[in-house]
Design a protein around this ligand. Structure first.
Ligand code: ADP
Ligand code: MG
Ligand code: ZN
Length: 487
């Protein structure tokens, strides 16, 4: 870090808004749907019509608790919804319902690792709130779309424990991964279902916290990282030239690589928060919390550690295979199927991991929590078993994969109908080897004179001649013999 900011230290605290994957909005029965025609998912409650009463969505509460437990928070037995008052066209009620003084979750943490250094930045609090609508600006007029108004969100407020843009980006990646793994959020940054504000200040290490700037609505992790570093350096230059900071909200221009002033920040007093008289306090029983805790799946961090310690994968492979819940599901289901074979005839775990990384991933399309995979666990297990048993070569496996991708064809059936099989006829291989050695006298002489790594050249030529179908072990044996004989 020292190199990044000279003898200064950057201090970063993130506020993340994550949309809960509910069927209905937080206080009404409208569907929170992205991309539909404007104002087609509204009702008196989310339009803020007089007399309409909010009713808290039980499903949203459960998802919020799920997220908080996955982040190690303590669930509060009683929390309160407040009105945050402000006027904006996309907020027809004139206030946003949000938890304020008494949020439902406190004190969590998240494990991150940057440059081999593991850290546990703390989470201060998580609260539930409703989203506002959206102002859409045209050349000479603006319109308001309230489809998003009332969408259930959690805001995850981090302690100012992060010290660089890189740490902040890693924190966001891990946070998104956890929320997706527990099925709470779809991780979609483009559609705004996962958004982040970054608070940045600088200080001399050990000194008191500096005045912060809040960087708003940056919609990629790479830009968050960049914007934080740019902003920290701007503040350092400001202090070093004798200036001082006022608390403010800033935007980021990724082309100019500059942050710019949006507004100087008003305090919370401007919002005149008070408990919403339309909503009773939220009571969360210990039984409910336990029930939700028991239903949590293995979290990505634990899964990665298990892939390394129990399955013997590299940390890198473990990271790739846990990168999306559907990828780890494919991997684990394949393992399960393969595990039913007797131990001596089992496809190796690392072969499954490698094939997914090298071949399958390129054909995966993800859309939030959903993913289209080019192959299913049954097909993958069957395909790799064909390779293990020596029926087809690794090269042919790629061919079979390409033919089955996106279909439900069985690899066995493809091998049969395409007439694919390992070429393991010793007589034919010997004929090919002799032909090859005869037509490459220079390499053959060099090989015999001790340049034995030329064997690779000969093997390569045979594999080419057989379109990758020859059994590599057999090719090696035959070539060695033929080359020795010809000496
Ligand atoms: P607000 O909601 O007004 O932005 P909060 O008190 O909720 O204010 O704090 C928001 C975030 O700002 C938290 O994530 C916290 O970690 C971070 N933060 C607070 N003080 C600083 C600071 N001096 N430098 C960097 N981040 C800070
Ligand atoms: Mg803030
Ligand atoms: Zn509604």
């Amino acid at each position: 870090m020292a190199a990044l900011y000279g003898d200064w230290e950057a201090v970063i605290g993130l506020e993340v808004h994550a949309q809960l994957l509910t069927r209905t909005k937080l206080f009404c029965a409208c569907e929170p749907r992205f991309g539909d025609p404007p104002n087609t998912h509204t009702c008196p409650v989310c339009l803020g019509l007089p007399g309409a009463l909010p009713v808290l969505n039980d499903g949203a509460v459960r998802l919020a608790v799920r997220a908080a437990l996955a982040l190690g928070c303590t669930i509060q037995p009683r929390s309160v919804f407040a009105r945050k008052n402000y006027f904006y066209p996309d907020l027809p009620k004139g206030y946003q319902i949000s938890q304020y003084e008494l949020p439902f979750a406190l004190a969590g943490e998240l494990a991150i690792e940057v440059d081999g250094e593991r850290q546990r930045p703390r989470i201060l609090r998580i609260h539930m709130e409703e989203d506002a609508g959206k102002n859409v600006h045209h050349a000479s007029y603006s319109v308001v779309d309230l489809n998003r108004a009332g969408t259930p969100l959690i805001e995850i407020v981090g302690e100012p424990d992060l010290r660089s843009g890189a740490q902040a980006a890693e924190y966001l990646r891990r946070l998104r991964e956890v929320l997706m793994a527990v099925g709470v959020n779809d991780g979609n940054l483009e559609q705004g279902s996962f958004r982040c504000d970054a608070n940045v200040s600088v200080r001399k290490p050990g000194g008191p916290l500096g005045v912060r700037a809040e960087l708003k609505n940056i919609n990629s992790f790479r830009f968050v990282e960049e914007a934080i570093d740019v902003e920290a350096k701007r503040q350092i230059a400001l202090y070093e030239s004798g200036g001082h900071m006022v608390q403010q909200t800033r935007g980021y221009n990724s082309e100019k690589k500059e942050t710019y002033l949006l507004r100087e920040k008003e305090g919370d007093t401007g919002y005149r928060y008070f408990p919403d008289p339309d909503l009773p306090a939220l009571h969360l029983s210990a039984e409910l919390v336990q029930e939700i805790a028991r239903s949590l799946p293995e979290l990505p961090d634990a899964r990665r550690a298990r892939y390394v310690s129990e399955l013997g994968l590299t940390p890198y492979a473990a990271g790739v295979l846990t990168g999306h819940p559907k990828i780890s599901e494919l991997f684990e289901r394949t393992l399960e199927i393969v595990g039913r074979a007797p131990e001596a005839q089992r496809v190796e775990v690392v072969k499954i991991a490698n094939f997914i990384q090298a071949e399958v991933l390129a054909g995966v399309r993800t859309d939030g929590l959903e993913a289209t995979l080019p192959i299913g666990p049954q097909q993958l297990a069957e395909l790799l078993e064909l390779v293990r048993a020596g029926t087809i070569s690794g090269k042919q496996a790629k061919e079979v994969f390409a033919k089955t991708a996106g279909t439900d064809r069985s690899p066995k059936e493809v091998v049969g109908s395409e007439g694919l099989a390992v070429m393991s006829d010793p007589g034919e291989l010997e004929r090919l080897a002799k032909e090859l050695v005869a037509s490459s006298p220079k390499q053959a002489t060099q090989y015999r004179a001790g340049k034995t790594n030329l064997l690779g050249f000969f093997v390569g030529q045979i594999m080419k001649a057989t379109k990758g179908s020859a059994d590599p072990a057999l090719v090696n044996d035959v070539l060695k013999r033929v080359l020795a004989e010809g000496g």
